[in-house]
Design a protein around this ligand. Structure first.
Ligand code: ATP
Ligand code: MG
Length: 358
């Protein structure tokens, strides 16, 4: 993959992160937003600001290409997550569609710095396999993020229609996710932390992109969200649950990828409760199983050797034994169906009904 990974679909030029001025404090400004270092977060968005002299309050200077909430029309609600809703919106002047994600939270002052930093990281990510973050706003306890609109929704939505995804399609999907992870892990040094089917978005062009990287970090640093955040534990690696990644932080995303692939292939979440009829008693019972029991695997009588081996390379309980995204993109499973020229665009557009072509 090309260094820098600049996507052809980046329609607005985003300001580049300017030089770092560690002496800037975080402080609230008049509009109820806040300024952190050289980033201004308020109801008008995240602006990169510049300063002329260190030590004095930063004179605010916005760069071009600012998207404003006043310039967009709401079309409809397209999704709901734990933190809030996602809407389809349209830019009034260019007619371009975007997704507007709102996360409701009370942000206490000590968290401002970290949240501003997360938003800035998200905004600087530019890769065809990662959903573009155009702009973020914070106003009255709501963080709004303007995102690239993915017209196929999430892999979770798609899976609810098709139930299972055959290996050739899965290999093509997985290749794109791995390219996104290589970019996040090895170029941007970002760990996703909340990789799951609803955070992989698809479109009619057959593209698969990772979203919500960094959002989990914001959620985790914000008080009062511990309960609503719990749903995410099901894709969490054993070492993240026990809080001991041992220097292999990035590999926790690979564990989540393994579980996602298994769910897509079999149609079921890979862990089943001890008493199947009753379901999980609580989240702690599931967590205990993830930490204590051997990892799940792909049934070798239903899937190719290559797929089973790929899953096993992802689902190693010790993160040291887990392969990196860079290793996995070269795994035989990823290229074994190349000759079939899999058409993800048709597959996604027809809700999986091109199945007979494989
Ligand atoms: P959680 O809150 O636990 O992370 P989630 O990922 O489902 O769950 P959201 O990120 O709020 O929650 O997304 C909700 C739904 O909105 C997604 O499943 C998807 O259908 C839709 N969605 C999110 N972002 C976009 C986007 N950029 N383009 C199109 N649809 C989107
Ligand atoms: Mg999400």
């Amino acid at each position: 993959m090309k260094k820098g990974c600049l996507g052809p679909n980046l329609k607005l030029t985003l300001p580049l992160p300017p030089t770092h001025h560690p002496s800037f404090p975080t402080f609230l400004n008049e509009g109820g937003g806040f300024i952190d270092e050289n980033l201004l977060v308020n109801a008008d968005g995240v602006l990169i600001v510049s300063q002329t002299e260190l030590g004095t309050p930063p004179p605010v200077k916005a760069l071009d290409n600012q998207l404003s909430l006043a310039d967009i029309d709401t079309i409809k609600v397209i999704g709901k997550g734990n933190g809030g809703i996602v809407q389809l919106v349209q830019h009034k002047w260019t007619n371009q569609f975007f997704a507007l994600k709102e996360i409701r939270m009370t942000i206490e002052e000590p968290m401002h710095k970290q949240i501003a930093r997360e938003l800035k990281i998200n905004q600087s990510a530019q890769c065809p396999y990662v959903v573009v973050y155009y702009q973020s706003f914070y106003n009255n306890g709501v963080i709004s993020i303007i995102l690239e609109y993915m017209d196929g929704g999430s892999l979770e939505d798609f899976l609810s229609i098709v139930k299972t995804i055959p290996e050739p399609y899965l290999a093509a999907i997985c290749k794109q996710v791995l390219k996104g992870l290589i970019y996040l892990h090895h170029e941007k040094h970002i760990i996703h932390r909340d990789l799951k089917p609803s955070n992989l978005l698809i479109n009619h062009r057959g593209e698969v992109k990772i979203t919500d990287f960094g959002v989990s970090a914001i959620m985790e640093t914000t008080s009062g969200l511990a309960n609503t955040f719990i749903g995410t534990y099901i894709y969490m690696s054993p070492e993240r649950i026990t809080g001991n990644p041992g220097g292999y932080n990035y590999r926790s995303d690979i564990w989540s990828l393994g579980l996602i692939l298994l769910k897509c292939a079999t149609g079921k979440f890979p862990y089943t409760p001890p008493d199947k009829k009753e379901g999980w008693e609580n989240i702690y019972q599931l967590i205990e199983v993830i930490v204590e029991k051997p990892p799940p695997s792909a049934p070798s009588d239903q899937f190719s050797l290559e797929f089973c081996s790929f899953i096993s390379a992802c689902l190693q309980k010790n993160p040291k034994d887990r392969k990196s995204a860079q290793d996995l993109v070269r795994h035989p499973f990823i290229s074994m169906y190349d000759d079939l020229d899999v058409d993800l665009s048709a597959y996604f557009s027809n809700g999986g009904s091109t199945l007979s072509t494989i």
